[in-house]
Design a protein around this ligand. Structure first.
Ligand code: DC
Length: 229
């Protein structure tokens, strides 16, 4: 039997790393829903529907266009997931700071969420999918056979994010700045009106503060195997 696995959790807690690995182990499809919100943000920025300084959004224009935004994801030859926006690979661009700093207000719009949630439900309708995001176990697949809510302490997440930023060449940023950003994003994600981040009542909690990547992958795989059998 092919099950649906919903993985939600805080930002920078390594959930996409573990979700991708689980999908690989099970030969399931992996869907990165954060990338979908990022792709819509890029579309809005490119088409002059969002100002990256003021963060003002032309909601009417975006609402009119939302049905024309097609997002797909494929796994490339190296096993990396790539996101396509209307047929163009935008994987690099959606990870850049310009998109990262504009995605929260876009992800808070009800009509954007409605559109992406129905795309995600269509992508996972046959099961055999590992989907990661913030509302997968609560909204997208409330009946998923396995729901996991991933977290780690603020400090551990800030440390991981700092290492990632440093490895991407950002030498000036301090630990305290990153910690503040992690806490701010948690607050925004958990307090927005539409689909706030929360643990589904029937989700298993996975705190990976003191786990290695191998250990967390092993736990997740054992939970999935329990459900598959
Ligand atoms: O996981 P990420 O950092 O790539 O997510 C980008 C943004 O999209 C982040 O602000 C949270 C939001 N998001 C969401 O609201 N719902 C999801 N299912 C996935 C991401």
């Amino acid at each position: 039997m092919k099950i649906t696995v919903a993985i939600d959790g805080h930002s920078s807690c390594g959930k996409s790393t573990m979700a991708k690995e689980l999908a690989r182990q099970l030969s399931y499809v992996y869907v990165d829903t954060g990338a979908m919100y990022r792709a819509v943000t890029l579309y809005a920025l490119r088409h002059g529907m969002m100002d990256d300084t003021t963060k003002q959004i032309d909601q009417d224009a975006l609402k009119q266009q939302i049905g024309n935004i097609r997002i797909t994801q494929v796994v490339n030859a190296e096993g990396k997931v790539e996101t396509f926006l209307n047929g163009e690979c935008v994987e690099g661009e959606i990870r850049q700071m310009r998109v990262s700093s504009c995605v929260s207000p876009i992800a808070a719009l009800g009509f954007v969420r409605q559109h992406l949630v129905s795309c995600q439900q269509a992508m996972g309708k046959d099961g055999g999918v590992v989907m990661d995001g913030r509302d997968i176990g609560t909204v997208v697949f409330p009946d998923a056979q396995l729901k996991v809510f991933v977290t780690a302490s603020d400090e551990v997440r800030a440390q991981r994010r700092l290492a990632e930023l440093r490895s991407n060449g950002d030498r000036d940023i301090t630990f305290d700045e990153v910690l503040q950003n992690v806490r701010e994003r948690d607050y925004i994600d958990s307090h927005r009106e539409v689909s706030p981040l929360r643990k589904a009542d029937d989700a298993r909690l996975l705190d990976n503060s003191d786990l290695t990547i191998a250990q967390q992958n092993e736990i997740l795989l054992s939970w999935a195997r329990e459900k598959i059998q």
